[in-house]
Design a protein around this ligand. Structure first.
Ligand SMILES: [Zn+2]
Length: 69
């Protein structure tokens, strides 16, 4: 008989699936380039400060409330 290999050839599944079923990681933005407050009046821009809403910041140039860009 043509018996290839002894017994069954058990193919072991290489664990290729990365068990990544956790809560979405990577949702927290560290202080980065994103987040810019811009002045609607004169166009002045500055990096958004964490914890400080843009509208709470007044443009240093014209004094208008900044907006999140
Ligand atoms: Zn301004």
């Amino acid at each position: 008989m043509n018996n290839q290999g002894k017994g069954g050839q058990e193919r072991r599944r290489a664990g290729q699936k990365k068990g990544g079923q956790g809560p979405g990681r990577g949702g927290g933005y560290a202080a980065g380039p994103e987040g810019i407050c811009a002045c609607p009046g004169c166009g002045y821009e500055q990096p958004h400060e964490r914890g400080v809403p843009c509208p709470n910041i007044n443009c240093p140039k014209c004094g208008k409330a900044m907006v999140r860009k």
